[in-house]
Design a protein around this ligand. Sequence first.
Ligand SMILES: Nc1nc2c(ncn2[C@@H]2O[C@H](COP(=O)(O)OP(=O)(O)OP(=O)(O)O)[C@@H](O)[C@H]2O)c(=O)[nH]1
Length: 726
Amino acid sequence: MARRNDFGVASRTTCENYLQVSLSFIVSAAAICRCVPCVQSCSAVPLITIDYHSQKTQFLCTVSYYKIRSQMFSVSKIVFYPFIKNFCCLDNILQIYPRIKRKTTSSSGTNIRKDEKQQKHEDIPVENIRNFSIVAHVDHGKSTLADRLLEMTGAITKNSGTSQVLDKLQVERERGITVKAQTASLKYTLNSREYLLNLIDTPGHVDFSSEVSRSLAACQGVILLVDANQGVQAQTVANFYIAFGKDLVIIPVLNKIDLKNADPVAVSGQLRTLFGFSENDILKVSAKLGTGVEDVLKAIVNRLPPPPVNRDAPFRALLFDSWYDRYRGAVILVYVTDGTVQVGDEIVTMHSGKNYEIKSVGLLRPYEEPTYKLSAGQVGYLTCNMRSTKEACIGDTLHHRNQPVSVLPGFKSANPMVFAGVYPMDQSQHVTLRSAIEKLILNDSAVTVSTDSSPALGQGWRLGFLGLLHMEVFSQRLEQEYDAQAIITAPSVTYKARIFGEKNVKHYGGSEITITNPAYFPDPCIVTEFLEPMVMGTIITPDTYLGSVLSLCMERRGTQQSSTNIDNHLVMMKFLLPLNEIVVDFHDHLKSISSGYASFDYEECGFVPSKLVKLNILLNGIIVEELSMVVHASKASSAGRKICLKLKDIIPRQLVEIAIQAAVGGKIVARETLKAYRKDVTAKLYGGDVTRRKKLLDRQAEGKKKMKLVANIKLPREAFIDVLKR
Ligand SMILES: Nc1nc2c(ncn2[C@@H]2O[C@H](COP(=O)(O)OP(=O)(O)OP(=O)(O)O)[C@@H](O)[C@H]2O)c(=O)[nH]1
């Protein structure tokens, strides 16, 4: 059945005549790299024949998942021909791509089984599908529970050495947090019925909450995981209300019951008081040890409804995630709500109206596993030669060409809260950085981009993030995944201003303008009022720390809205806080004053009038535009003092004295003086009259004064970078 072709050639006829494709190539890493584009262009599961140095050493393998170099290559099944002589060829591949699994059965047998397996995947009836997500506060054990679920359903092997399988990004593994929602389709048999459980693991940190709400669009239920040691935390409350608001079935699960300090009884009480669960609903597990996890699987099957979909209707799917693959372009993750879609179908994306031919479809188990088709109710990926990163629009509806359907409700676009400038290290890296940002945005659609420029840092972009951690993770991913070095400037938030006067309104293009960059702060004379963004913060803290938490919130201009006792020890408080005050270090401060016990979460709460001013920084009387910032009037002097001191440390001393000033309008609010280098002009004098000494010093002072008049203070680029970056 396997045919020997020339190296790397997979003819189209072979593609069409067989379910599999025959390829011949020399066994080496390069060969596999060269083979993969051919494999990708075929619309069937490929069968690869390898000719090792013309010794007719052949084996077959069905490729189910492959990625090259920085990513991963994986061949799920390798079938040996009986006449294999040289096994070292296989070992070569195994060394390079350790995820290849060996299997020695007859080729035909395997193919039949593969077909059967694919049939089963596609044909699992809708009643046996459950789509769910795991939501929880940071570190309450979502990824650990997901690992156990994967193990118990056979998607990964036990003790495979890989923990937190769904945290695939390097940044996630390094920081031990989830930043990107991940999907895995699990097969689970209960009472001899086979179920397909589509699990979406979501991030816990507030900065990635847009990932959570997007993932929930494909789910009918959630597992609300709570650490039995820490109890209900701010993010637990937020996640509960997101799921509740979307009418999803919520399965409350207490995790970490194996810990010595775990108090499942008290935490169950908190869940009952706050959310009205009954004791019988609450499951108790240890995700780490696997205790009780089987009950979670049963609860998913028994308590969650199947997806409300129609397989007989024309194909319709919701695009809810995407990522970039350098060989296949955009890979998009869809939730099929109606009909079926298969390789070779022509589809249209509603947003752009563009046509595409489906090149491959499959499920994530948790690695890509190609299937023949995707049916309604399933969550799977598809590739369709989407080359431009802008084409995969999150929330878009897909349908078959010539079979229009109604639009699915999309997503409320995430509102960026924090803005920062991103510039290349030097301008020669501008193009590289631009393409890296574009590709990363495909994977992280919450980031907004606009171009920006600065005399000191050159051409760059102003990026909007959901929070500070989001910004840090984005810059780390730029570096790790795309090898792009960037300077990220200090973050700021968006303000608004109401303009008066017809001429001014015309000039600014509206009576209410948004200020994302202090450089565009309007003249206060033409502004009726400035507005600043507020958030409703939820803080849950043990009552021992109540005093210090309250004074921190007051200091940050917060006003208390409510206070509820969750139980005898925990208090939940709501504060209205200016976003600007919490964006940088509020969370760190809160953790340090409460020994790590208080938790914080926030949601946007609109804009309110505020007394905002632009703080200018002057060097010897000249404004340095890049260093200016927008602050609340009451904080102008302290912010000014801070930046003047920082500048004094960073700016190298020069031949003239430099006055570093912070000013609001014409009023100087802070000042530091950087002393000039002073040559010891009296060094040559030995003894003599004191007037000679004075004369020399006077002459030096005169010279310095003149120099100050003509000197142009230039900040070296490095000093700028030091001040501008956080
Ligand atoms: N003792 C014990 N530790 C657990 C259990 N479940 C999780 N952990 C530990 O808790 C820590 C956090 O677990 P993760 O699974 O990363 O938590 P997460 O909710 O996915 O974290 P984020 O994605 O950052 O929100 C890890 O050190 C786990 O080993 C459990 O049942 N018992």
